[in-house]
Design a protein around this ligand. Structure first.
Ligand code: ADP
Ligand code: MG
Length: 321
């Protein structure tokens, strides 16, 4: 496995990022040359490490596979009652990429991610405008089956929420059962989901124990396995590591990189290092008291080393937030 910069590379970067190496142009070149001169020109210590971490990965430009090409938000607005909380957000999330959503608390990141799989509308008083396209079809179009959308666009929450009274095995297969999907070989599916979520080796001898018996980090990976069982095209993750210890966090980050080869991942994180480590693209959200806006969207490398907007720079260098 090759890396652009040995000194700052984190040891959990993995092979998945190599898949699209040929496709990435500028970042790839920066990564190869290591850009020591550029690094010296900067003054912020925190920016050094973040931008170096971000640059040490090559970005994925996305792929089209049998799961389609990805998700697109077009001019999304959201309200709670009369309070306008998101204004005109447009972003694309291609298959094969990881996008991090960052920004101070209350700027609308969770609201936005909930609009991406129709969870927003289940909150009383919530309203929405705009479109969310999955493979070019609006998930909000009349007649669309919300349950089917949720199968295609899975969600992992901040607090791991396995079903406590179900075994590990039952947890993983619960989505299949709920959606009454037919599966030829359940054992094979169980193993492949647990392998993809990075949990198999730790639980293969205890599949009939309760999910609640696992550690927090394992529970979160169990929830990821549960989401994967229904073969989603997109996985939404709202601060999935914020309740976890550093070891579990790194394990989940590895899992994210591995999964992102085949699906699209959108992750909200308050951890700038995490955004730099796992994502190809980063969107910076901000609210100045009014609705949250998307200040800047770019490659993660650009957002952390060469942001266009002063507010982005101030945020990623820790001046506020
Ligand atoms: P973030 O995830 O970036 O911290 P949120 O999306 O949770 O931000 O919140 C965006 C805004 O919407 C905030 O002003 C918050 O108070 C408001 N909000 C969030 N959830 C609700 C809700 N269920 N009812 C009313 N207002 C809400
Ligand atoms: Mg939130």
């Amino acid at each position: 496995m090759s890396r652009g910069m040995d000194d700052n590379s984190t040891d959990h970067n993995n092979n998945s990022m190599q898949a699209n190496q040929k496709d990435s142009e500028e970042n790839m070149n920066q990564s190869k040359t290591g850009t020591p001169g550029v690094a010296r020109e900067r003054t912020q210590v925190s920016q050094h490490s973040l931008s170096d971490v971000a640059r040490s990965r090559s970005i994925s430009k996305g792929v089209t596979n049998n799961l389609g090409s990805g998700l697109e938000a077009k001019s999304v607005h959201a309200w709670f009652g009369s309070k306008h909380v998101l204004e005109d957000i447009s972003m694309t999330f291609d298959t094969g990429t990881v996008t991090a959503l960052i920004g101070p608390s209350g700027c609308g990141k969770s609201t936005f991610i909930r609009t991406l799989n129709r969870m927003h509308e289940f909150i009383p008083t919530a309203a929405l405008a705009g479109e969310v396209l999955l493979d070019n079809s609006d998930i909000y179009a009349p007649g669309v089956d919300v349950t089917k959308i949720r199968l295609k666009i899975g969600m992992v929450f901040q607090k791991p929420n396995p079903f406590p009274s179900m075994t590990i095995k039952e947890n993983v297969l619960s989505g299949i059962k709920l959606a009454q999907l037919k599966v030829d070989n359940q054992s094979e599916l169980l193993e492949s989901c647990l392998r993809r979520s990075g949990l198999w080796d730790e639980v293969k001898d205890r599949l009939d124990e309760y999910g609640g018996a696992l550690s927090g980090g394992q529970q979160q990976r169990l929830c990821i396995a549960r989401s994967l069982a229904v073969n989603p095209q997109v996985l939404l993750m709202d601060e999935p590591c914020s309740a976890l210890d550093p070891g579990s966090t790194l394990r989940i980050e590895e899992t994210i990189r591995e999964l992102s080869e085949s699906i699209s991942i959108v992750i909200v994180t308050h951890n700038m290092q995490q955004a730099a480590r796992v994502s190809d693209y980063t969107g910076f959200f901000l609210s100045d008291g009014g609705p949250g806006i998307l200040v800047e969207l770019g490659t993660t490398s650009d957002i952390f080393s060469n942001p266009k907007d002063k507010r982005t720079e101030d945020y990623v260098t820790g001046r506020f937030g």
